[in-house]
Design a protein around this ligand. Structure first.
Ligand code: DX5
Ligand code: ZN
Length: 221
């Protein structure tokens, strides 16, 4: 049985004090750090790169860093993220010319690899590469922004992906990203997810500014 992992998306954190924000969610019980990389080309937003990943490592973050690449092309940035301390590197199949090669490159760089599926992207991209995948990430919103609503069709897709993983016999995590909050996480888990990204559901709660502000939110998950 795989352990469930809570992965706060730092997209919704306060970037002016990112190290502190990450320390606080980890201290509150989060397991891995979800790191959204957007290029204003593959998706209509621009965020952070390897420098920030490296800065979190230098700050002392030892938890796994889950780098979600929403960039095109993907291959040339992978070695930089590996060197910056990424644990997982996931990418969208539409953004790679050679999906099998990109998966191999991620593992060759010493990271865990993953494929990300937009709401309308079919799971058939997995057909010939399952042995090269450590994580399947299903988007339950269209990528680019935090704070969107969970697309209900994702529940059926989660069940299909769970079946693919269980039938494969490989050790693959099933991550869900977009609109996940304390009030729907149980349903998302029941559909098969074991790794839960939550951005606005964790960071955007209006609350005290003390170090424990995330405790109750994460414990509820
Ligand atoms: C969207 C990003 C998500 C985003 C999720 O493109 O991949 O990780 O931060 O944010 P919420 O949880 O607010 O939907
Ligand atoms: Zn993400």
């Amino acid at each position: 049985m795989t352990t469930d992992l809570i992965a706060p998306s730092i997209l919704s954190a306060n970037f002016a004090k990112l190290g502190e924000e990450v320390d606080n969610v980890l201290a509150a019980g989060a397991d891995i750090v979800h790191f959204d990389v957007m290029d204003n080309h593959y998706v209509p937003n621009l965020t952070i790169g390897p420098l920030v990943c490296e800065a979190l490592r230098k700050h002392g973050v030892t938890a796994p860093i889950d780098v979600h690449l929403m960039v095109k092309p993907v291959d040339r940035i992978i070695p930089d993220f590996a060197a910056a301390g990424a644990t997982y590197i996931t990418f969208h199949p539409e953004a790679s010319e050679h999906i099998d090669r990109t998966l191999q490159l991620i593992r060759a760089e010493g990271c865990k690899s993953g494929l990300v599926f937009n709401p309308a992207t079919p799971l058939s991209y997995l057909d010939y590469v399952l042995d090269k995948v450590d994580m399947i990430l299903l988007m339950s919103v269209n990528p680019g922004f935090g704070g969107q609503s969970f697309i209900p069709a994702t529940f059926e897709k989660l069940r299909q992906a769970r079946q693919i993983i269980d039938n494969s016999g490989f050790d693959i995590r099933l991550e869900i990203d977009g609109g996940v909050k304390a009030d729907n996480i149980a349903e998302v888990k029941a559909a098969g997810a074991d790794t839960f990204v939550s951005g606005s559901g964790i960071f955007s709660k209006p609350s005290a500014s003390d170090a424990h502000r995330y405790d109750s939110i994460i414990k509820e998950m």
